[in-house]
Design a protein around this ligand. Structure first.
Ligand code: GDP
Ligand code: MN
Length: 407
């Protein structure tokens, strides 16, 4: 019984302390001013839009891109389809035939579906721009976003820039409300990582890279965005989030599709983190290797195992020993830890996505409960994706979430 008790206490404290330290650190860094030397510059830009069966959104996407503010002779758009079976191809072709924007669009087509990463690899070969932007078909951004985004490349340390996702349907269902809570946590981490050194991942929804950093993605890569971001850091450049660059996307409405999406994205993250584990603790990768990577490794690959072990050992201990006093110290610790984080969030001046959320009257009462539910459900999804990863079920070709296109 003693062993079970020790396992419980060990896993419990490692998880709680690990998350609390990283979160508090990132909250602190996210509120520091960002020191990127931004300046309006006009490098040549290629925007890649991967599209598979996107008939519901592709016209709107192309139309909005054709209205962007950027010198037309310095930009090109590449749509890459691989064997869409709906009307995507016809819609793209008719758009191209009537395109009078002055921006060159090209349509690349691969006969058979081979997955998004493979489609991106194909498109990389045709890009002429010095900066390559990748943007999903179901994502929209402002007309001047490209201008703001590329301004960051004036700073020679910067190799990749990501926009920040704004959900278009935060109040629709409980699944979207939960996602909104998660996004504010996620964005806080990314802003903190930006100011500390470099982010774990840019968003495939809307991000930009220096062309020299782009090399072929591995076959069956699920997480093209994290792969490209980690390579950026590996080659000595910073990958950053620019809070001025926003992009808009609908989030899945049902818990079922949200879970499916989280499991797929989780598997991608885990696969890529394992591949880049060699960067950890290496001096030349600075704070990224000392702080960001070890924590993200912990969050994606260790804590999804530690949490169920902790819960299980807790239950076994309780059933066998019936000694409730044993839980007094961990319970007190949890309450104090939670209160400290809660007070920090509630009373820190609203400067980051998560403090903003806590400062809003509507949200702050609900937020702590949602945060815990969110945290545990995300960790469960990561456990499932880890199991799939171990048993070799690859998710590089996925079923799209229809409801995010119908809105
Ligand atoms: P989610 O946002 O992670 O749920 O992923 P989505 O289903 O929205 O896909 C992101 C982008 O990748 C969209 O633009 C899709 O059309 C595109 N995509 C997904 N699978 C494929 C594929 O097999 N081939 C190509 N060319 N694009 C794909
Ligand atoms: Mn999407």
């Amino acid at each position: 019984m003693l062993l079970v008790g020790i396992v419980f206490l060990g896993t419990f404290f490692v998880v709680i302390i690990g998350f609390s330290i990283y979160f508090t650190l990132m909250l602190y860094y996210s509120r520091k001013p960002n020191n990127i030397n931004k300046k309006r510059i006009f490098p040549t830009v290629s925007i890649i839009i991967p599209a598979f069966n996107e008939e519901k959104v592709i016209f709107r996407k192309l139309k909005s891109i054709s209205e962007i503010k950027y010198p037309k002779e310095k930009i090109e758009i590449l749509i890459v389809d691989d064997g869409s079976t709906d009307n995507t191809v016809q819609i793209v072709q008719s758009f191209l035939a009537s395109n009078s924007s002055g921006i060159p669009f090209s349509f690349l087509s691969i006969n058979e579906r081979s997955g998004k990463s493979n489609a991106l690899n194909y498109a990389f070969k045709f890009c002429k721009g010095d900066i390559i932007v990748i943007s999903d078909a179901d994502v929209f951004f402002e007309k001047d976003s490209i201008l703001h985004m590329v301004a960051n490349f004036n700073d020679s340390r910067v190799g990749a820039v990501s926009g920040m996702e704004v959900m278009l349907n935060p109040d629709y269902t409980s699944a979207t409300k939960m996602e909104q809570g998660y996004r504010s946590f996620y964005n806080t981490l990314r802003l903190g990582e930006t100011n500390l050194d470099s982010v774990l991942m840019c968003e495939s929804g809307f991000s930009a890279y220096r062309k020299q950093l782009l090399e072929e993605l591995p076959k069956k890569c699920v997480c093209d965005d994290m792969e490209l971001t980690l390579r950026t850091r590996e080659k000595g450049f910073k990958a950053i989030y620019d809070p001025c660059v926003k992009f808009y996307e609908y989030s899945p409405l049902t818990l079922r599709s949200k879970i499916k999406q989280k499991i797929r994205r989780g598997q991608g993250n885990q696969q890529t983190l394992v591949r880049f584990a060699h960067m950890m603790f290496k001096q030349k990768y600075g704070n990224f290797a000392k702080v960001v990577l070890p924590f993200e490794f912990f969050m994606h690959l260790l804590s999804p195992i530690l949490i169920p072990v902790s819960v299980l050992s807790c239950v076994i201990y309780l059933l066998k020993s019936r000694n409730i006093f044993f839980f007094l110290v961990p319970a007190m610790f949890l309450i104090v830890d939670f209160l400290v984080v809660f007070i920090a969030l509630r009373f820190a001046s609203p400067a980051t996505p998560i403090t903003l959320q806590f400062a809003s009257k509507k949200n702050w009462r609900l937020s702590p409960v949602l945060m815990v539910i969110n945290f545990l459900s995300l960790q469960m999804c990561l456990l499932v994706s880890l199991i799939f990863l171990i048993f070799g079920k690859s998710m590089h070709k996925w079923e799209k979430i229809e409801e995010t296109r119908r809105l």
